[in-house]
Design a protein around this ligand. Structure first.
Ligand code: MN
Length: 436
């Protein structure tokens, strides 16, 4: 689409040059872990470059109204709003990894950085926080921001290969990240961590006996802190978790993300990046984006608040998962779940589709009080080789007068309640057609 012949780093340099022509930038980023991490990378880099900025966290650009700024930076969004962006009379930098939906015809200067333009896999090998990091690197010596960038990589469930591996290497070289053998689990007492972890989800919530049996078999003390387990204990735990994942029927791709390595970040408020991602995600989901953002910038008080939000949020999700698993319905080529006014759709869809029902694409519909339906569709990388959920969501929602899009493995839509049945039928039909 953009055949300038430049490398992604060269385009990042162009973005840095564009920024340097301004004293102030208006930043809009997404409210999830990747978007907030991208925002924190940008904030730190702009502070260091002595640029003023203002940052807002958005769900998307549907209701976006420009406010007459000279320079706007969009992170983790923008690529899928080519028409809307074309109408904005500002200099614009887009740092995104969602599949672009068309050509942007800018009114002024535009630098659009998206892995898709460079043959880089934007689903697994570069997230928005990573794109923001590449941009930050062109602004100055910002390699220590790799520890924040990896939070977006983990949050978007990407892999540490390709450019993501380079970011990790930067972090290790600058000693702000350490990688060791182990297993990826949130901090806390082992018993509680196993019971409440959402990623990996181990299905021990309200299954006290199974959890006790698990600890007994692995000869591990549930009261011990996860981050203080010895190397031998970590190895035993990793093996046992691998078995548990097999037992509950988790998607095979989960194993390589969970088992094998453990990352430690050295220059943020907490050492365990899995826990940081949990906190940023939970805060983002309930609208406490400023809290999440402050935590990444080093605010201790915000951390305390963020941890409380996270405990509450995770319990809510786990309750919802245990209550809803029997309500999942079978389509021809999909499974689906209809909820009414549930607190959150996407984390529930993620757990069901990765851990409990990975064999078919899963569509979760959440009917809001106002009659709008928020749809989250999820599938595994294996199925996504043959099927593109962002296309399914885009086409099926367009058919019923809604809107939708996203990634091959994780996409969403907004539709109206009275056309829900029609929408589901179309989603099922499209999935069958793509999988045929
Ligand atoms: Mn993202």
């Amino acid at each position: 689409m953009m055949s300038s012949g430049l490398t992604i780093k060269e385009v990042a340099k162009k973005a840095a040059n564009l920024l340097n022509r301004h004293e102030f930038a208006r930043i809009y980023t997404h409210y999830d872990a990747d978007g907030i991490s991208a925002g924190a990378v940008l904030a730190k880099a702009l502070l260091r470059a002595r640029k003023a900025f203002q940052i807002s966290f958005l769900k998307g650009l549907n209701d976006f109204e420009p406010e007459g700024d000279d320079l706007i930076i969009f992170a983790d969004m923008g690529s899928r709003y080519s028409q809307k962006i074309s109408e904005i009379d500002s200099d614009i930098i887009i740092l995104d990894h969602h599949k672009p939906d068309g050509e942007i015809k800018p009114k002024r200067n535009l630098v659009h950085i998206n892995p898709h333009f460079f043959g880089i896999d934007g689903t697994y090998e570069l997230s928005a926080s990573g794109v923001a990091y590449l941009f930050a690197k062109e602004l100055g010596e910002n390699r220590d921001l790799a520890s924040i960038a990896i939070l977006g990589i983990i949050g978007d469930k990407q892999k540490f290969s390709g450019l993501n591996a380079e970011i990790l290497r930067d972090g290790i070289e600058t000693k702000c990240i350490e990688a060791s053998r182990g297993v990826s689990l949130p901090s806390g007492k082992l018993l509680n961590s196993l019971k409440t972890s959402l990623e990996p989800f181990l299905d021990f919530y309200k299954k006290e006996e199974e959890l006790m049996e698990f600890l007994k078999k692995t000869k591990l003390d549930g009261d011990k802190e996860v981050d203080e387990l010895s190397e031998i204990e970590v190895q035993r735990l990793a093996d046992a978790i691998a078995l548990r994942l097999l037992e509950i029927g988790a998607y095979e791709g989960v194993f390589e993300q969970v088992i094998g390595s453990r990352l430690i970040v050295k220059n943020l408020l907490l050492k365990n990046p899995v826990t940081l991602v949990d906190i940023v995600n939970s805060c983002g989901r309930i609208g406490a984006t400023a809290t999440a953002f402050s935590i990444l910038l080093g605010d201790e008080k915000a951390l305390k608040e963020g941890m409380e939000i996270t405990d509450k949020f995770k319990t809510e999700i786990l309750e919802e998962v245990s209550r809803r698993r029997s309500e999942i319905k079978e389509g021809f080529c999909i499974r689906y779940l209809i909820m009414e006014d549930a607190p959150s759709t996407s984390p529930i869809a993620t757990i069901f589709s990765r851990y409990l029902f990975p064999e078919k694409p899963l569509v979760v519909l959440n009917i809001k009080k106002d009659g709008k339906v928020k749809v989250s569709a999820r599938t595994t990388e294996k199925i996504a080789k043959r099927l593109d959920l962002s296309e399914v969501m885009r086409l099926a929602s367009a058919k019923v007068g809604g809107s939708g899009g996203g990634h091959r493995v994780a996409a969403g839509a907004n539709i109206l309640r009275d056309r829900m049945e029609e929408f589901l039928k179309e989603v099922d039909r499209l999935c069958c057609a793509m999988l045929a």
